[in-house]
Design a protein around this ligand. Sequence first.
Ligand code: IMP
Length: 215
Amino acid sequence: MSTGHRRLEPGKLVVASHNKGKIREINALVEPFGFEVVSAADLGLPEPEETGTTFEANAELKAVASAEASGYPALADDSGLVVDALDGDPGIYSARWAGEAKDFAMAMRNVEEALANADAHTPEQRTARFVAVLCLAWPDGHREFFRGEVEGRMVWPPRGDHGFGYDPAFLPDGFEKTFGEMTADEKHGWAQGEDNPLSHRARAFKLFADACLSE
Ligand code: IMP
């Protein structure tokens, strides 16, 4: 059946990322489909500057740069934490809030300070979501986009040492554990079966898999 999307045939797939946490998660998502996954970091491809103003634009520029430089289809993820009381910050700047040293303890503290400055103290005032946009780009210029989101709220102090980035400060709606306290299977929602993805990345990935991959 045609979905209107271009199918991706098994073969080499470049994960257009230099972020170890993301590469690990994307590899785990894609490998069961029989791809030979290599990362932009493995190939020594440069990391393009993220000059876009949306998750879509940044995912696209990363995927297109890797597809053009490698000659293989490339999958990029642009993601971030969107906090309502902060007008959507850190948003597309989520990685940048951690500075050159990628210090997420500091980034979570900065979010907490900004929430305090915004007088956001109750759970209702501390709503947030993680957003992930996947862009799959082919060397011939074809592109596909998939967006996943997971709603939750910011908690303080951060809890747990699983995952990466802002995981310890994010409590997904309906759960008592932060993403930082969850195993990867729990964070992605696979503990409840593959048809019930939880994390933003697993939700975007399911849309991608349903549209473009065959098992
Ligand atoms: P970028 O997509 O490479 O610009 O960076 C996204 C940033 O968003 C990451 O460095 C993390 O700070 C944050 N982020 C995205 N997804 C997650 C997640 O699943 N858990 C925690 N932090 C995340």
